[in-house]
Design a protein around this ligand. Structure first.
Ligand SMILES: Nc1nc2c(c(=O)[nH]1)N(C=O)[C@@H](CNc1ccc(C(=O)N[C@@H](CCC(=O)O)C(=O)O)cc1)CN2
Ligand SMILES: Nc1ncnc2c1ncn2[C@@H]1O[C@H](COP(=O)(O)OP(=O)(O)OP(=O)(O)O)[C@@H](O)[C@H]1O
Length: 229
């Protein structure tokens, strides 16, 4: 059966509704509909919120830190480009501290025109608050010019096959496009990683690895996973 409503059917229904109900009743029904629609959307957002935020961030962060520590490339890389975590990102500070101590830590500094550069950091206390409340290297330290064998990459959303969406400014896409030699490892909470590929644009740089637990972090051995693209 074709259930589509054409213009004539819609007019007929409207006339019928006007005959059966007074405009006041119709107004009330419409207000009720809007009320329940609003309620439905609030419920949907609450549910999404619960799904997004109701997990043990500390346990997942600890799992991620352990997974990265076991990653061969992390262990052998003379320099690792990492990130100082924002509120919604896994807390990888234990990694930053050990990398700094070993003289292997690179952290990003944002520039004009959505460009970004990395800087060698030996003391976490040197960091200053930059754009978007990110702790970043101070302007007086020089930009790192050498090779970057491994980058731990933050993001808003990833997929298991390696797609990444960030905060929509293109800092990482621009930077990584200039560093094809760098192995890229997306770092995220499991709720940020989808099994389905994300919709991507030609400039989006895919990740080679993803580190995020798939199931219960307390029951899964920490590991970094190769992206499937
Ligand atoms: N930890 C961390 N460091 C990073 C990044 C990152 O994503 N995470 N960046 C990666 O690029 C660069 C900084 N870029 C950023 C760009 C925008 C926002 C941000 O919060 N922007 C909006 C919110 C946008 C949104 O809805 O997602 C804001 O201004 O409120 C944060 C960082 C370099 N350092
Ligand atoms: N290599 C590039 N060269 C020039 N412009 C680029 C490049 N990569 C991305 N852009 C531009 O940057 C803007 C934001 O890109 P996109 O939405 O993919 O950012 P993102 O990856 O979500 O953010 P971020 O990397 O900052 O976390 C887009 O307008 C895009 O055209």
């Amino acid at each position: 059966m074709n259930a589509d409503l054409g213009f004539s059917e819609f007019t007929l229904l409207l006339l019928l509704a006007l005959l059966l109900f007074s405009p006041r009743d119709l107004g009330k029904a419409l207000a009720k509909f809007k009320y329940y629609k609003g309620k439905f959307y609030r419920m949907k957002f609450d549910l999404e919120d619960a799904m997004l935020y109701n997990f043990d961030k500390d346990a997942e962060s600890a799992w991620i830190v352990e997974a990265v520590r076991r990653f061969d490339l992390y262990r052998s890389a003379p320099k690792v480009a990492a990130f100082y975590p924002l509120a919604g990102e896994p807390d990888i500070c234990p990694l930053l501290k050990e990398l700094a101590k070993e003289g292997r830590l690179l952290l990003p500094r944002t520039l004009e025109n959505f460009q970004m550069e990395f800087v060698e950091i030996h003391r976490m206390e040197d960091l200053v608050e930059g754009r978007f409340h990110v702790h970043e290297p101070p302007r007086y330290l020089p930009a790192y010019q050498g090779e970057i064998p491994l980058a731990l990459v933050p993001g808003v959303e990833f997929s298991r096959n390696g797609n990444r969406h960030g905060h929509g400014k293109g800092y990482y896409d621009r930077f990584l496009a200039q560093h094809p030699e760098t192995v890229k490892c997306g770092v995220a909470f499991s709720v940020q990683v989808s099994a389905k590929p994300l919709e991507c644009k030609p400039h989006d740089i895919p990740m080679n690895y993803i580190v995020a637990s798939k199931n219960d972090p307390s029951k899964e051995i920490p590991h970094v996973e190769k992206a499937t693209v």
